[in-house]
Write a protein that binds this ligand. Structure first.
Ligand SMILES: Cc1cc2nc3c(=O)[nH]c(=O)nc-3n(C[C@H](O)[C@H](O)[C@H](O)COP(=O)(O)O)c2cc1C
Length: 419
């Protein structure tokens, strides 16, 4: 039997995933609305044999404070399914995954959109199902604002059933929340059904993923966090009659790679220096659930803080790290702002490959959702330096095994009996 190999997604994000990517000396100022820029990224990923490109989405601004938003949200540009339709015409093999919300769409329209993308791309489409947790986005759709978490997931469960039914040609859906009379007005798509992706981390989120998802994205800093998430989710599959390998779990990783460790550190430090202090401190404040961290001296230590009613475990983690490493508020803000809470890897191709291999072979990941710090530079570096190293170790494909995204991922074709 051939060796198990990693799956790789490329998380697209205009200027790059580092919060200060847009300030990089070589950053492309209009990246978010330049189709040639996205075509270049998708083609680089395809030449490197990535499984897919992935677009996030929220139909609204990403940050309530408009001053901060203007410094962090430079990713905003195209509506993602439109963007992927354009990329479908300029690529041949790479998978095309877009986020779309179950809270602000209807099943028939969404099923139709992704079935179209699957047809026009020759079987390369995937849907990242989100319930949308942002109150800023909610305010653009629902007068009463964000619906409670449990209600959002209840709607998402029925939504997913209705969409899958439409894709698989089952007759209409008549449920609590939705009514669909006819089958889709689009022929069955090459994959049978586009690939289902999810990134929820709550109990409800993990259960819905265990029932319906083919791919799950996650965020984990440490090996232990990644492993706990992996085991938890894979452990839920049997309840739904599924095998552990039916879901591919891809944690995010933000790599900064160069021929020598010193060069990689220098590139990383250069980006870290570009983080505007007010942006870094605002993000740190939100992790710590306090609103006014900016009134303390930035080069001083963290003040004593009341225990959070928000993200208790995250707050404890940040405080512990600050005390242990003697970090000032500014240092700490820069550390957390850099990779938006995702795993960061700085080093040589061999060092980066070692770390990825350890998580992959240690049962904490089936592959990774790669989040380059800035585009196109860090994607180019990963494709040129890390991918060949992974291929040399037999951990990543040298060519595509098939034509569809399901074939790349080694996923079964869904049947009409699927939920
Ligand atoms: C890699 C990744 C990408 C995500 N993309 C989106 C997105 O595009 N839109 C969105 O509303 N939420 C996105 N999320 C958030 C998740 O979908 C989910 O809402 C969040 O993890 C909270 O999960 P929970 O509601 O199950 O607790 C993303 C999460 C991760 C880890």
């Amino acid at each position: 039997m051939s060796r198990r190999q990693m799956k790789l997604g490329l998380f697209l994000w205009a200027t790059g995933h580092h919060i200060a990517a847009w300030r990089h000396p070589k950053a492309h100022e209009k990246a978010g609305i330049d189709i040639a820029h996205y075509i270049e990224l998708a083609r680089t990923a395809e030449a490197a044999k990535f499984d897919m490109v992935f677009c996030e989405d929220a139909a609204g601004l990403r940050e309530a404070n408009v001053g901060i938003a203007s410094q962090t949200s430079r990713s905003i540009g195209f509506e993602p399914v439109s963007l992927l339709s354009a990329l479908a015409a300029r690529t041949e093999r790479i998978g095309l995954v877009s986020t779309a919300s179950t809270s602000y769409n209807e099943p028939y329209g969404l099923a139709r959109m992704f079935a179209s993308l699957d047809n026009l791309s020759g079987g390369r489409a995937g849907w990242n199902l989100v319930t949308s947790a942002s109150p800023i986005e909610a305010a653009n759709f629902v007068a009463t604002g964000l619906r409670p978490h449990a209600d959002r997931y209840e709607r998402a469960r029925e939504f997913a059933t209705a969409v899958t039914g439409l894709w698989l040609g089952r007759p209409g859906h008549d449920g609590q929340g939705f009514s669909v009379r006819d089958p889709l007005d689009i022929p069955p798509s090459p994959q049978g059904a586009p690939v289902m992706v999810q990134a929820g981390a709550s109990d409800d989120g993990k259960d819905l993923a265990a029932r319906t998802a083919d791919v799950v994205f996650s965020a984990a800093q440490t090996f232990d966090e990644a492993k706990a998430f992996y085991d938890d989710l894979k452990g839920r599959l049997a309840v739904y009659g599924r095998e552990p390998d039916d879901i591919k779990i891809l944690p995010g990783v933000a790599p900064v790679v160069a021929e020598t460790e010193a060069q990689a550190r220098e590139k990383h430090d250069q980006l870290q220096e570009l983080i505007p202090d007010d942006v870094g401190v605002a993000l740190l404040s939100s992790y710590l659930s306090i609103s006014d961290l900016g009134r303390y001296p930035l080069d001083g230590p963290l003040p004593e803080l009341p225990e959070s009613e928000g993200m208790k475990s995250r707050q404890a983690l940040v405080i512990e790290q600050a005390r242990r490493d003697g970090l000032s508020i500014r240092d700490l803000a820069r550390y957390f702002a850099g990779a938006r809470g995702h795993w960061r890897l700085v080093g040589t191709p061999a060092q980066v490959a070692d770390e990825l291999q350890a998580r992959f072979e240690g049962g904490a990941a089936d592959g990774f959702n790669v989040m380059p710090s800035w585009f196109p530079g860090e994607l180019d570096a990963f494709a040129r330096l890390v991918v060949p190293e992974l291929q040399r170790r037999g951990l990543f494909r040298k060519d595509y095994e098939g034509r569809t995204l399901r074939e790349h991922l080694g996923l079964k074709r869904p049947t009409r009996e699927a939920v």
